[in-house]
Each structure stands twice: as C-alpha cells, then as structure tokens.
Write a protein that binds this ligand. Sequence first.
Ligand code: FEO
Length: 403
Amino acid sequence: MQCTRKVTEDLYWVGANDKRLHLFESAHPIEGGVSYNSYLLLDEKTALFDTADWSVGKQFLENVEYVLDGRKLDYLVINHLEPDHAASIGEIVLRYPEVKVVSTEKAWLLMNQFQFRIDEEKFVEVKEGDSMSFGKHNIAFVAAPMVHWPEVMVSFDTTDGILFSADAFGSFKSLDGALFADEVDFKGEWIDEARRYYTNIVGKYGPQVMALLKKASTLDIKCICPLHGPVWRKDIPWIIDKYVHWATYTPEEKGIVIAYASMYGNTMSAAHILASKLHEKGFHNVKMYDVSETHVSFLISEAFKYSHLALFSVTYNLNVFPAMQNFIDDMKRLNLQKRVIGIVENGSWAPQALDLMAKSFDEMKQMTVLNEQVSVLSSVTKMTDRELDGLADSLIESMKQDY
Ligand code: FEO
C-alpha cells in the first residue's frame, strides 16, 4: 500500500522511513530511525529525484507506482549516488525501461562500480550550468562535490523555486507521517538530530558546504527537499544560519562540554568538581558526558554546538583512554576547529594523557588549549582542587572572547 505526501501541486514525496535500522552507515545509532526521501515530479514528462535504500525498496516502489498512476517514468535524476539513495536505481530501470538516468560523470563511474547496471544509452550526463525542461518545470543542475561524496549535485526547479539538496539540510529521524519541518517541533525535538546528522556525516566538508551555500544564495529558494528528514518551506533562513555555523565550525552557543573518561570514579569526581565550580561561579551552560557511556556521534554534535570543551582522561596503557582518544580523533577527522579546551589527566604511576591530548589538539586548526592544565594523581587533593578552580576561572574568562 502506498504512503506518499504532496509537496506542491506537481511534486510528491515518494520516499520511505526505516525505524528498524540501528546504526546508520553501520556507525551512528539512530533510535529515532531515518527517512530516505525521493520526490516524483508530474509534468509533461515525469521525473523521479533520487531513489531509496533497498531496505525500504518495497514501500518506495509502491509509492512511485501509485503516484505515476499508469504513466511511464521519463527521467530519474540522481543527485547523490550513495546506496542509501541509489540502491533502487536498478529496480527502477527494470520496471520503467524507457527511463533516462540523469546525473554527473562521477556518478556514472560510481554506478558502474556499485554494479547498478544501467545501459550507457540510458544515461544522460549533466554538469554545472546545464538545465532540462520537463514541461512547465525547468530544472537547473548545480555541482556540489563533497557534499557529501565527490559526484554530488543538487537540482533546482527554477519554476517553483524548489532545491533538491541531496544530503544537505538532511536529518536523522523518521518522518512519522510529517513531511514539512513546520509540521514538527523542529527547533525542539529535531534540531539535535539534524546537527548530529550534519556534523557526523558531512561535518568534515565545511568548505564544500559553504561553496554550495554561496551558490544557493543566488537562487530564489522557496522550498528545500533534502534526501533525509523534513522538507523546508518556511523558516529557510533559520536552517541556513545553522548550516553556516556548522560549516564554518563556529559555535552556536557559548557553553562548556565536560567529557570524562573514568575507570574507578576519581576522574568522574574531578569532572563533577569542575562542573560544580563553574555553576558556583555563575556559569550555567554546562553539559556533562561520560565518553564510555555516550556514543561518540552525540559527543561530536555537542562539540560542534558549544564553544568550549573540558576533557578529563585517565592514562590507559600509557595512552589516552581509548574512548576519549576516539572522541579527539573524530573531532580531528571531522575537521572541528575554533574551540577552547581545558584538559585534565588522571594517572596513578605514569600519567601521560595530558601531554598526549595537548599534542592531538596542536595538530588541529585553531584549537586553543588553556594553560591551566590539571594532573590528578589517583584522586583529587586540596592542591588539584585549587588547580581545578583555576581551570574553571580560565574557562569562564575565555568566554569573554568573541566567537
Ligand atoms: Fe544520505 Fe551521503 O547519503
């Protein structure tokens, strides 16, 4: 049975939701599920924008068939070839043998690598600046390499001002019947998952996202149709402003993320002492996480949101505790920049974590490690308590800078 939504008079959402997948990309927990969005335009010609993951293929194919209502499919536009969107290409081509597949040269190469089996004569290569008319609707193609893969393009319907934005403006979470961002509590219930999606999936490619936003700023966009999450038809400047923050690695808020790696509770205790001191001194925008208990994708999302980090790690096998090292390495892999960091180590007989954490941040761009570093020997003493007090003062003082 079909499950579709109308986007505009001529455009339909024919995607599907998956609430059974536990790990997106086999990496990121998605308790709230995810949607795979595909859009079908009914004009003089019919055009499908992207497909869906094979896990939801049955629902997706029923949706396409229902909206086509006996018409043939003329075009399949592929904005992004990653299999969560492209896995059903082969089935679409089998079911609609007259369809022409429209995409970039790199997408054609990847289609062959993934063996999606498209005959070459069915493929129409497009590049930046090309456009196609499907009747009333004119579609312009805009290159968006590395947002999130090299073959990515976005498509812009110049007739209705609709941007098919590929992974950009996407989010984790199943749509659960809603389609538009103004039909859900996006700023309350969705924003954290949208940020977690962006920062972990596309966060590394900030300059490329900014290049796309620059191109988009020249377009009269009335609606954004991403490949995951809700469609934007209102409040578009608000979500673009979030993207500008994330893509330029600019914190959304002045605040401190305290993350600790503790084996027997002493390092956790030191982290709580710092948090208490911050509150006692009147600074309340403080978030605390145990890196062993919180998946790194959530930590990354918080690190992108807030201006400051306070990282506490035990020394483990003469290294930083693995979960903390993974968090730091992930920040580096995702190109996070422009943060102020306080570091605290704990060690009983050969503490190493302080120097190793500081060295990791030295290798990243515009990461400022505060001088007030604290080395705890097994448990907090009066002396290390005073040093934690100094670190709290230093963190608060550094808030006075502009971000
Ligand atoms: Fe949702 Fe990069 O694929």
